[in-house]
Every structure is written in C-alpha cells, then in structure tokens.
Design a protein around this ligand. Structure first.
Ligand code: NAP
Length: 354
C-alpha cells in the first residue's frame, strides 16, 4: 500500500499532483464481460462526499490516494452532489488541475435517468434528456468523452429502442466509448441487450445494487449477464455503510453525511446482533466487516468490480485490503447467508423491479 501523500490537511495537497510510480501491480484488473475494457476490482463512486458540502481538499485527497493505489475507475452521475451536478463540477476541477495528464489511464463514467432538472425533459429515458444530460456532464467534468455512459434506470414509458438508441448515438458521436444500464430487471436487460446488439453497440456492463443484504441479481440477472457476455459492477456493496464498523455500537451509525436513504432510527436490536455476528465471521477471517462485504460481492463471477463510496483515505485503505483476504469456504458462506436473512434493512429493494 502506498503511504498517503495527500492528506487534506497536509501542505502537499496544494502542490501539483504526480501519481505514485507504483500505482499498478497491487491487483489484477478484471475484464468487463467480453469487451476490451478492464476495471479495478474496487472502483470509487462519487455519489456522496464529493458535492459542494464537502471541502474540496478532502475530496482531492481521497481521489489522489485512490489513483495512487490503482483505482482507475471513478463513477459519477449527472445528479451526484449535493447540489445536483456539483460532484461532476468538482471532479472536473480535479481533471483540470490533477488528472488531466492521466486521462488515458482513467475510466470515467456518468449516467442519466433520475431527475436532474425541472420540467418534462430532465428525467427518465428520452433521447432528448439523455443526449442533453450527457453534454452537460461532459462540460461539468471538463472531458471530451466518458468511458462509460449509463441509462441510470428503466423508463417504463419511453420505448427501449429510444433509450438504447440515445446511448448508441453517444458512442457514434465519440462522447462515450462504452455504454451500459443500471438497475434494469433481468427481463429488461435481455431486451435492452438485444436492441443494443441490433444497433451494433453492445451493452457491456450493468450497474446493479448488490451486497450481502441485497441479492436480487442472483434471481435471474446474473444468468442474463452471462448469456449476453456482460459484466456487473456492484454498487453499494457496503449497503451504504451498514456493512462496516459504523453500526456495530448502538446501531445509530457515525456518518460523514446524513443519507436520506438510510433509516433515521437506530437499527433494531436483532439487526445490530446480526451485524455483530457477521463482524465475528470477518474477524475469524482476519478481516473487517467492510473488507468481508467487498470480498463477498467479488466472489460472484459476473461481478467485475465493487463500486464503493468513501469519505476518507483511511476507508480507501481499509477497503483495498479486502483484496488480500482468504477465499470463502462453504461454511462461512452459509453462516453469512443465515445472518443476512435476519437483517431487516434493504435500502435498494425497490430499485430493481422494472
Ligand atoms: P457503499 O460502499 O455501500 O457505502 C459507502 C459508505 O460506507 C461511505 O460513504 C462511508 O460512509 C462508508 N464506508 C466505506 N468504507 C468504509 C470503511 N472502511 N469503514 C467505515 N465506513 C466505510 O456505497 P455507496 O456510497 O452507497 O455507493 C457507492 C457508489 O455506487 C456511488 O458513489 C455511486 O457511484 C454508485 N451508486 C449507483 C447507484 C445507481 O443507481 N446506479 C445507486 C447508488 C450508488 P460515510 O460517508 O458516512 O463515512
């Protein structure tokens, strides 16, 4: 592990950035389906902790440290912030000031599909929304193209040919190198993949929620992904922080920011007890709970990367060490399954039913 050179409170953070020489070699990059693209087993998402409510130097320290340790993939979306758009704008500043010379070593993704601007043209999956939003994202991020552009969610009304056609158009325009979908059901994924294939622009990647506490992809989606030669990048592998050390005390969590999607109340006693038992299994394996949770999603063969969030370089370090953990044995997996069943929080239960 490269020692952190860029803590947000150290003077080095204000010096020009040169990436660590030894940033590659710590882990193998994983092929994205049948495509020529490879991703790090751990990717960093900028949904939280990169908006205008977080000091820029803190964001910069986390991104510099991530890249210094081989994390080449940063995942964004039009509405990450708060406010909406600000994560892309802050990332754009880092592209100009820090990462510009490393553009070809980075995989940058963005998305459109959730609400972004008012009126009928700033939400869901119309060609009008997707093309306009992608253009705005490129401007905010100070890049000419993204490596991956996603339809962020299913639009139940717009014809799938229109949504996928807009992704295809972005590729033809050179504004996206690859395209994918997020939170589409198994059935819709198969249809979207067929439509994309007929247009000559394969969907290479699906971004679903997946964690010890949310296994919906195992109920059909992984089979479709295998069939379509697509990969999954698993978002929220730590269940937004539930599967870390944060909730093992009184169940209230010590969060960097209040997350509207997490329960406001302390977790139930039975959930806290189950999380502590999961933590015991992790300890027996010589890991933290966060490390075990990341390694658990990566054991699924269709998952090419675990897409984590992080508010500090310490979290990045802890999470990267997940890659050094021992393989799971059957007994551990069965104990994890049994404990997960007793946990009554599933934050993304509704996100993947269409
Ligand atoms: P997560 O990895 O499940 O949770 C990340 C949070 O867990 C961090 O912000 C941090 O909370 C805490 N954490 C991380 N490592 C920790 C550690 N070692 N010890 C203690 N706490 C730790 O993922 P997420 O942030 O919910 O989502 C990750 C990314 O997935 C997003 O940024 C986004 O790119 C993507 N995503 C996509 C969709 C979609 O619809 N496609 C939806 C959601 C997310 P604190 O910040 O409180 O410290």
């Amino acid at each position: 592990m490269t020692a952190p050179r860029f803590r947000s409170d150290a003077p080095e953070i204000h010096r020009p950035y040169t990436a660590a020489d030894d940033r590659y070699g710590r882990f193998e990059y994983r092929q994205v389906g049948a495509s020529g693209l490879y991703l790090p087993p751990i990717s960093l998402g900028l949904w939280w902790n990169f908006g205008d409510n977080v000091p820029f130097d803190q964001q910069r320290a986390v991104l510099r440290h991530s890249f210094d340790n081989g994390i080449t993939h940063f995942d964004l979306a039009n509405n990450y912030g708060p406010p909406y758009g600000s994560a892309e704008t802050n990332f754009g500043r880092m592209m100009r000031e820090d990462f510009g010379r490393y553009r070809d070593e980075l995989v940058i993704s963005s998305k459109a599909g959730w609400d972004m601007w008012p009126g009928p043209y700033g939400d869901l999956g119309s060609r009008k929304y997707i093309l306009a939003s992608a253009e705005q994202s490129l401007t905010r991020m100070s890049v000419d193209y993204v490596d991956i552009f996603y339809s962020h969610r299913v639009d139940p009304v717009t014809p799938i040919e229109e949504t996928i056609g807009a992704l295809h158009q972005l590729v033809q325009q050179g504004k996206a190198l690859y395209v994918g979908i997020s939170s589409y059901s198994a059935e819709r994924t198969a249809i979207a993949a067929a439509v994309a294939h007929s247009m000559g622009t394969p969907l290479i990647i699906h971004q679903p929620a997946y964690s010890i506490l949310n296994r919906w992809i195992e109920d059909g989606l992984t089979g479709v992904l295998r069939q379509e030669q697509m990969a999954a990048i698993a978002f929220t592998p730590l269940a937004q922080g539930l599967l870390t050390g944060k909730y093992l005390g009184d169940g209230r969590g010590q969060r960097s920011q209040k997350r509207a999607s997490l329960p406001e109340k302390p977790l139930s006693h039975s959930t806290i007890a189950a999380l502590r038992s999961l933590n015991t299994i992790a300890k027996e394996r010589g890991q933290t709970l966060a490390q075990m949770a990341i390694q658990w999603v990566l054991r699924e063969p269709t998952v090419c990367s675990a897409l984590i969030g992080a508010s500090s370089i310490e979290q990045i370090d802890e999470n990267l060490a997940a890659l050094d953990g021992p393989a799971f044995d059957i007994d551990e997996l069965e104990r994890i399954d049994a404990l997960a069943e007793g946990i009554d929080v599933d934050i993304w239960a509704q996100s993947s039913k269409l």
